[in-house]
Write a protein that binds this ligand. Structure first.
Ligand code: GAR
Length: 216
């Protein structure tokens, strides 16, 4: 039973609420979080992992002056756990081609915007500044292009006239915690993969904005 589960390593930098959603969902899913790795020794998500008896590792980016050296160390640490999938959950570092090529088609990321809009940081405030009516979250495969790999799923929220960035973050996070475990479980069940021309679910190529049905 145990060895039929897809082993995943989750990379975090902070709070780890998405990590928690993955841990909570893993009991009833075909994936298992076998390790949590952080670039930040203070990340609260490390405590969440420990509370769930999941091994943790810290690879502090402050100890490395070259991004490639950091990423090579990251690979070395991750390889100890021999995961099938790498799940970025609020991991706030740009990954070099060394890392992305090593795990080609096996890295997922969650990003708080309706990609390709608002790549990068501070998405909630930027959405407010631009007076957008809609905002949301995307889960995508990671490629060498920052926040640019094929989208697997998106969920939208309405932006209200009274919204603050913190309120948007809260509503987006609620969607994230539903959508991410679902996408990871598709990968774990062998239903999801990436090819050169995009993401595929159940052998069907996904549209640029990911699966059509609403999940959260
Ligand atoms: C999440 O909102 C996630 O989408 C975002 O960081 C937050 C992490 O929250 N990721 C990015 O911005 C990646 N570019 P968490 O630590 O509570 O899961």
């Amino acid at each position: 039973m145990e060895n039929t589960h897809c082993h995943i390593v989750v990379l975090i930098s902070g709070n780890g609420s998405n990590l928690q959603a993955l841990i909570d969902a893993s009991g009833a899913s075909k994936f298992k979080v076998v390790a949590v790795v952080s670039n930040n020794p203070e990340a609260f998500g490390l405590q969440r992992a420990t509370a769930a008896d999941i091994p943790t590792r810290v690879v502090d980016h402050g100890d490395y002056s070259l991004r490639q050296d950091y990423d090579r160390k990251l690979i070395e640490v991750i390889e100890d756990f021999d995961p099938k999938l790498i799940v970025l959950a609020g991991f706030m570092r740009i990954l070099s081609p060394v890392f992305v090529q090593h795990y080609q088609g096996r890295i997922l990321n969650i990003h708080p915007s309706l990609l390709p809009a608002y790549t990068g940081v501070n998405t909630h405030q930027r959405v407010l500044d631009a007076e957008e009516k809609e905002h949301g979250v995307s889960v995508h495969f990671v490629t060498e292009e920052l926040d640019g790999g094929p989208v697997i799923a998106q969920e939208k929220i309405d932006v209200l006239a009274t919204d603050t960035a913190a309120q948007l973050a809260t509503r987006v996070a609620a969607k994230e915690h539903i959508i991410y475990p679902k996408v990871v479980s598709w990968f774990a069940a062998g239903r999801l993969h990436m090819e050169a021309d995009g993401a595929y679910l159940d052998h069907e190529k996904l549209p640029v904005s990911g699966v059509k049905r609403q999940m959260a």
